[in-house]
Design a protein around this ligand. Structure first.
Ligand code: FA5
Length: 334
């Protein structure tokens, strides 16, 4: 048995063959050595220790040879692998695909940077708000018709909601800080809205708020004109149209000249030459009182702009749904 086992071990070159050999001779179940031990009970008392010792000696020897062979084969496999997988370190590397900023994130960054240069700081609000901050504190009581201006996604009807605009941050900011206040607040907002080419149910706004002892509608106009010219170019004009928001008085909707149509009218602005991008006004004295400011001493202006609408203007797009459509062919153009 010993001679046969050793003779068979010699020519083995594969680790898998070696495992088979191991099972055949040394296997604990049906290995040949094990089978040999089965004759022990048939031997006489004197023969048993002699035969037993001999079997053990062969077993140890085969085990030793097996592990030596295994080491040897492993090394050979490694050498072969190293030979085969040789790497040419002088080859140029493969370029990895690099991601980039989403056009909406980029627009938010450009807009907030313009306001930062005018002395505003950027703060973040929360997307899940209370009825108090989204409506009541903004002078929209429970039965007020202005609630219908923005259809609401409720988390807990009448109490918790997905904010319909970034204006709740006006109240939160004023409650937390003493005047003077100068902040812009970018973020997502949600409206239960019929979606079309210019309306999304989830979109982004940037809120602006300034409160100081001296502050007029002219400051608001100057600030927004400067913003529009920095973002869209020095020839850009803005236009104020009288409007209504419960939290500003007076209120206005602000349009900017469409930079896509070069005077002829285009799909982006529906051939009018103007595109509405934000709502604005002077902070209502009721809000100032609500947060504990003295309305005879302080005044403020606020505005809220739609980021998608601004990006549409900037990039000459007629379809708002492209931004959230996840079509890489669209996104890779930015
Ligand atoms: C508001 O949300 C007010 N909170 C804005 C405001 C802030 C007024 C501070 C006064 C003072 P409005 O609902 O008009 O207003 O929305 C503001 C802007 O968001 C719009 O001018 C438009 O650019 C954008 N917008 C509104 N609805 C949608 C929509 N469904 N999809 C994409 N953009 C929208």
């Amino acid at each position: 048995l010993r001679e046969r086992a050793i003779a068979e071990l010699g020519p083995i070159t594969l680790l898998s063959d070696l495992d088979e050999w191991d099972i055949r001779y040394l296997g604990r179940n049906k290995g040949e050595l094990k089978n040999l031990s089965a004759i022990m009970p048939k031997l006489s008392k004197e023969e048993r220790p002699v035969v037993g010792q001999r079997i053990n000696a062969v077993k140890s020897e085969l085990e030793r040879q097996l592990s030596a062979k295994r080491e040897n084969l492993k090394q050979q496999e490694m050498i072969a692998a190293l030979e085969q997988e040789r790497i040419d370190v002088t080859l140029p590397g493969r370029a990895l695909p690099v991601g980039h900023m989403h056009p909406i994130s980029r627009t938010i960054r450009e807009v907030t940077q313009i306001f930062e240069r005018m002395g505003f700081s950027v703060v973040q609000g929360r997307e899940v708000e209370t009825d108090y901050y989204n409506f009541q504190a903004l002078n929209v009581p429970a039965d007020h018709p202005a609630r219908d201006m923005q259809d609401t996604f409720w988390v807990n009807p009448g109490q918790i909601l997905l904010r319909t605009h970034t204006s709740p941050m006006q109240v939160r900011t004023m409650k937390e800080t003493e005047p003077p206040v100068r902040v812009v607040v970018p973020g997502k907002v949600y409206r239960n809205e019929a979606v079309d080419a210019t309306h999304e149910a989830m979109f982004h706004q940037i809120e602006g708020l300034l409160v100081d002892e001296y502050c007029t509608m002219a400051d608001l106009k100057g600030c927004l004109e400067r913003f529009a010219q920095e973002l869209f170019g020095i020839d850009t004009k803005i236009r104020f149209r009288g409007s209504y928001f419960p939290f500003t008085e007076p209120s206005a909707e602000v349009d900017v000249t469409c930079s896509s149509c070069h005077g002829e009218g285009c799909r982006v602005c529906k051939y009018s030459g103007w595109l509405e991008v934000l709502g604005a006004g002077m902070v209502h004295p009721k809000l100032l009182r609500e947060v504990g400011y003295d309305p005879t001493k302080y005044r403020g202006f606020a505005f809220g702009m739609g980021v998608e609408r601004i990006a549409m203007l900037k990039y000459g797009l007629g379809e708002i749904r492209l931004f959230s459509g996840n079509d890489l062919r669209f996104l890779r153009q930015f």
